[in-house]
Design a protein around this ligand. Structure first.
Ligand code: ADP
Ligand code: MG
Length: 319
């Protein structure tokens, strides 16, 4: 039976390139580049709550890091380092190797270095801490939206939640729509390059992990403003647009979660800059509404200005 230290050595140790000291000592040593501050975030993934117990380990390795990089992206930070705390019920080397493969592929692609962690036997649990760099004044905070800002969304929401509905038997997806949705659920792409391009242009940002309305609601609350969304302006992926169950499609679009898109606000004066940032990052960006003065809330209106009913917002991991 492979030991804890052998697992770390074999699967989670790569030579440090940017850290002063990586895996192997009591602590890693890192130094942010001049003029930057560290942006730090942790996310935990548990089977049954965040992924299926029999999930493909390679995709899981990708997703575990991706959801953390998404938080860095939402801050406008450049990913630099990560720590991995993992509990494994048994030392299944095939599983660990595939998990490490998925994790390190995204790590390399995003410029993230694994510099430490913790490995123990126990019920499967994965926690990654991601560390990035951002010039402190340019960090995209939740509390900086202002009345008059446009509200923007990268990509489109709803496909991951639709995939989940498919897997739970609530809807039957087929062909390309099914593949696209399952890919969004199992291998989300963190919008790192967009987040970076938005610094100095966007005013506030958050990543959509718990549903568009819920996460935009966090910006509204932190900034003390209201958000008005235009129902017709919301981008719809093919699978959402063609879903026969309209109520389900609407729920996924607005409150699905697991999207890992960025929702952000910016003054009207920088519209062309936002479009250029999207182009540079290779991701679509759509103006979906406006920030207005008023109590913290998110409202959805149709083209005639009527309020559109919204599903109960947000995924509560504690429910
Ligand atoms: P300690 O006893 O000080 O907690 P450990 O024996 O747990 O140290 O870990 C030894 C080294 O391996 C440390 O540098 C730690 O950061 C690293 N490490 C442990 N588990 C992992 C992992 N899953 N991924 C990356 N590094 C790890
Ligand atoms: Mg330890």
């Amino acid at each position: 039976m492979i030991s804890e230290f052998e697992i770390i050595r074999r699967y989670f140790t790569r030579r440090a390139r940017t850290a002063l000291l990586g895996v192997g000592d009591d602590c890693a040593l890192i130094r942010p580049r001049a003029g930057t501050t560290l942006a730090v975030s942790t996310d935990m993934l548990l089977p049954g709550r965040h992924f299926f117990p029999d999930a493909d380990p390679e995709k899981l390795g990708h997703k575990a890091l991706a959801v953390n990089l998404s938080d860095l992206a939402a801050m406008g930070a450049d990913p630099r380092w990560a720590l991995l705390a993992i509990a494994l019920p048994r030392a299944n080397e095939k599983w660990i190797a595939a998990f490490a493969k998925g994790l390190f592929r995204l790590a390399r692609r995003s410029g993230t270095e694994l510099i430490g962690g913790d490995t123990t036997r126990g019920p499967l649990a994965i926690s990654i801490t991601a560390i990035g760099e951002v010039p402190p004044k340019l960090a995209l905070r939740r509390d900086a939206a202002r009345a008059g800002d446009d509200i923007w969304l990268s990509g489109a929401t709803g496909e991951a939640a639709l995939a989940l509905a498919h897997l739970k038997g609530r809807v039957k997806l087929r062909g390309r729509a099914r593949d696209a949705c399952l890919h969004r659920l199992h291998a989300p792409e963190p919008r790192v390059s967009l987040g970076r391009s938005l610094r100095g242009i966007a005013r506030s940002a958050i990543d959509v992990s718990d549903g568009l309305l819920a996460d935009l609601g966090h910006i509204a609350k932190a900034s003390g403003v209201a958000a008005e969304l235009r129902w017709e302006a919301l981008p719809r992926a093919e699978a959402i647009a063609s879903c026969p169950d309209k109520a389900l499609a609407k729920e996924c679009l607005l409150a699905g979660g697991d999207d890992y898109e960025l929702v952000f606000t910016a003054p009207r004066s920088v519209r062309s800059g936002i479009a250029a940032a999207g182009k540079k990052a290779g991701v679509s960006v759509t103006a979906i509404g406006t920030v207005v003065a008023g109590g913290p809330r998110v409202r959805l209106r149709d083209a005639e200005g009527r309020t559109v009913s919204t599903p109960r917002a947000g995924f509560d991991h504690f429910a």
